[in-house]
Design a protein around this ligand. Structure first.
Ligand SMILES: [Ca+2]
Ligand SMILES: [Ca+2]
Length: 189
C-alpha cells in the first residue's frame, strides 16, 4: 500500500469514496489497484490527470474475478453502471463491490438483487424474469417444463397477492428462502 497509489487519488476524493461506500481508506486503495490492473495505462494516465470519471469498458470490467464466472455479469454491470451501458467509472466499480461486500446491509443487497434479476427493467419480476433467472443459474440445461415447475414453486411461495409478479418485498422472501440464488450474487442474505 502506499504512496504511489494514494498519490493518484487526492485525499479529498478518497474521503468522498469513503462516505459513499462501506470501505476503509486502505480497502479503497486496494480496490483501486484491482481497477487499475484491468487497464493500467488508461487508468493511471487518467487518474494522474485527476480524471476520476474515466470509464472501464464492460469487456474489461468482466475480467474481474468476482464477475468473470457469474451468470449475471451483464446485469450486474448494467445495474451499477451510471449510464447503464455496463461501462464503469471507479465510483461505479466501488459501489458494486461495496454492495457485494460483507459490510453491506441485507436490505441493500436485496434491493440490488431485485434490479439485477428484473431483466427487462420494468420494476417487477414476473414469470419471464424468473424463467431467465432459473435458466441462467442452471446454465440453460433444464427442460422448459422443469424450469416452469421451479418458477411455479417460486411464485406459489413468494407471490403473496397472487398477481403473477413479484414486488421487491415479495422478492426478498426468495432470497431468504433460497440461499443458492443469493450465492450467485455473493449476496449472503
Ligand atoms: Ca421485469
Ligand atoms: Ca405479487
Amino acid at each position: 500500500m502506499g504512496n504511489s497509489e494514494s498519490a493518484l487519488i487526492s485525499e479529498k476524493q478518497l474521503e468522498i469514496y469513503q462516505l459513499e461506500t462501506f470501505f476503509t481508506r486502505k480497502e479503497i486503495l486496494h480496490i483501486y489497484q484491482s481497477f487499475e490492473n484491468l487497464n493500467p495505462d488508461k487508468v493511471r494516465e487518467a487518474f494522474m490527470a485527476g480524471n476520476y470519471q474515466v470509464k472501464m469498458d464492460y469487456q474489461e470490467v468482466i475480467q474481474l474475478a468476482e464477475l468473470k464466472y457469474s451468470p449475471f455479469k451483464d446485469r450486474i454491470c448494467r445495474v451499477f453502471s451510471e449510464d447503464q451501458s455496463g461501462d464503469m467509472t471507479f465510483s461505479d466499480y466501488l459501489d458494486m463491490l461495496s454492495v457485494m461486500s460483507m459490510q453491506a446491509p441485507k436490505d441493500l443487497k436485496a434491493a440490488y438483487a431485485f434490479k439485477i434479476y428484473d431483466f427487462n427493467d420494468d420494476d417487477e419480476i414476473d414469470r419471464t424474469d424468473l424463467d431467465e433467472l432459473v435458466n441462467r443459474v442452471t446454465g440453460f440445461r433444464m427442460k422448459t417444463e422443469d424450469v416452469d415447475g421451479i418458477v411455479d414453486e417460486i411464485l406459489k411461495e413468494c407471490d403473496m397477492d397472487e398477481n403473477g409478479t413479484l414486488t421487491a418485498a415479495e422478492f426478498e422472501d426468495i432470497l431468504h428462502k433460497s440461499p443458492e440464488f443469493s450465492a450467485n450474487f455473493n449476496i449472503e442474505v
